[in-house]
Design a protein around this ligand. Sequence first.
Ligand SMILES: *Cc1c(COP(=O)(O)O)cnc(C)c1O
Length: 388
Amino acid sequence: MAETVPDPYSIDTLLAAAATGFGGAAVPPIVQTSLFTFDSYQAFEDRMAGRSADPLYTRVQNPTVAAFENLVAVAEEGEAAVGFASGMAAISSTVFAFVQPGDRIACVEHVYPDAYRLFERMLRPFGVEVSYHSAEAFQNDPDLLEGVKLAYLESPNSVVFQTMDLAAVAAHAKRHGTLTAVDNSWATPLFQRPLTLGIDIVIHSASKYLSGHSDTVAGVVIARADLINRIRDLTLTLLGGKLAPFEAFLLTRGLRTLGARMRQHQASANLFVDRLSCHPNVTAVMSPGPNMVPGLSGRSGLLSVELDESIDIPELADRLKLFRLGVSWGGFESLILPTRIGLRQAGEQNSMQRFGVSDRIVRLSLGLEDPNDLWADFEAALRTSARQ
Ligand SMILES: *Cc1c(COP(=O)(O)O)cnc(C)c1O
């Protein structure tokens, strides 16, 4: 179990200095084994009877994974954490651990598209009611959560990046006995720590900023020990979406530089927000920043821009030299994702189609390149893709 954050140290210091639990090893070894054997019959029986906590089997417990879990729990100021094979494994394992047929989930609008699909295509047929509400309604309506088992939140939410006052929502939830879960992938513990605002459960797609290097798909859940133990006993063990030791090793490596990376992403985002806000072809900039809501202390590099009709968006995307076209975000490389592509996605209705976003929006993930180079590239592409 993680220690709580000692007061005098900032998160940078904690992430750099925290020991891995492997003696003097600065970096945790990759314990690449499926099972752990016992020295004696008695030791084996003690473990199975719950009298010892020695590792048994990597689906449930692995020392390299535990090193990452402990570090992320320290960063989020949580009692405990559990790693998963993906952000979606973390989300689905959290929801299935706490929600039963007949229960109701209240979910924020513009939620991550695959979380929306999980609710609509798996939980609804399974007998769970799901309702969707604006970030504003969660914050301002104290009775919205009446009869709700789980409030599933993102602040900011996806694509349009609307924020809510998480402390206010947590207070409403406590009055109604509603469990609260927040996807904190956008802000990271560097810029927002929802558990300190009264939220029960924090979820990350660790594939994004926690990893930071676009080389890992992973997830993690941080909460009080009793909630994490329930997830471990039920959904980690029985659905089995565990984090692999090698991925955990990469994530620990990524976390060591989280602060330095987030401040660089923030510097680029600040520059973009300044320049975009007064650009003649820009009709809106969606990029929450420090103190826009209580508890948010920084601006990440993921933001959206709405462009006027004179900009040819496919042409803009093709003219950019430093921004690649693709999904995901939070890595070292800059990316552009036009909403037009999501709105034209084949198959069942997705969350962008359901909640409605303008097809004039492009989402940008600003990487670790020089902010001035990024702006020069974007500004030139805007100029050359404007119809006269
Ligand atoms: C990517 C993402 C997820 C899903 O994470 P995976 O690691 O891809 O499974 C969840 N929430 C948000 C906000 C995301 O951006």
